[in-house]
Design a binder for this molecule. Structure first.
Ligand SMILES: Cc1cc2nc3c(=O)[nH]c(=O)nc-3n(C[C@H](O)[C@H](O)[C@H](O)COP(=O)(O)O)c2cc1C
Length: 199
């Protein structure tokens, strides 16, 4: 299969699969940045991004737990959509804290080379869409919907890069917020594990 056939959209959709077993291999930094850019990278002069956002509000951010990335020290990074670069925002999380906040035994949260936390500013979205609210939850629904688009973009980019990933949403919201040491207005919506598939 030539490279262009391997990365056509139909081909990527057919090959995209959730992967929960990873090797110890490190991920190249350029590969990781491609994946994050597929999720939240800037794609227009006026600041629009790869994934859609209601009113172009962009209430999501990507927090990146780096364990094994070539040329990058382990730690907690923030992805900057404007520059498509990672900025160190804190030390590496202690081993086990992500799985402890999970509802089941999700060992892939601990084994993946990288875990991307899709973080939502729920209050911003609720406030922004307050006039559209019929049940008081419209902004929150938008956040979940947008996180799905971000995750799917990243799944396809991971597939194109020959790596594996899985989205994880089965966690205790408060425990995961505390494990990630997020500020008051930041809430974990989904985690996205990335690594070289061991299957
Ligand atoms: C909203 C949502 C939540 C999910 N949460 C988890 C999870 O907590 N843990 C996990 O291992 N997989 C999780 N998954 C992955 C699904 O189990 C997976 O997509 C499903 O088994 C279909 O397999 P596929 O992705 O390989 O097509 C989630 C998927 C979605 C869409």
């Amino acid at each position: 299969m030539d490279a262009s056939t391997a990365t056509t959209l139909q081909n990527l959709l057919a090959r995209r699969r959730s992967v929960r077993r990873y090797t110890d291999e490190a991920v190249p930094l350029s590969t990781l940045l491609n994946i994050l850019s597929a999720g939240q990278g800037r794609t227009s002069a006026e600041g629009k991004r790869a994934a859609p956002s209601a009113h172009a509000l962009y209430p999501l951010t990507l927090g990146v737990i780096v364990r094994r990335v070539e040329g990058l020290q382990p730690g907690f990074y923030a992805f900057d959509p404007e520059s498509a670069q990672l900025k160190l925002s804190g030390p590496d999380l202690e081993a086990g804290v992500l799985n402890e906040a999970a509802l089941g035994d999700e060992t892939w949260l601990e084994d993946a080379a990288v875990v991307v936390a899709i973080i939502g500013n729920r209050e911003l979205a609720l406030q922004h869409f307050a006039e559209q609210q019929t049940d008081g939850l419209r902004g929150a629904r938008y956040i979940d919907f947008e996180a799905g688009a971000v995750a799917q973009n990243m799944y396809l980019a991971v597939t194109a890069e020959g790596l594996g990933s899985v989205v994880v949403m089965g966690f205790d919201d408060a425990a995961m917020k505390s494990a990630l040491k997020l500020g008051e207005s930041s809430h974990p919506v989904a985690l996205f594990c990335v690594g070289r598939s061991a299957d």
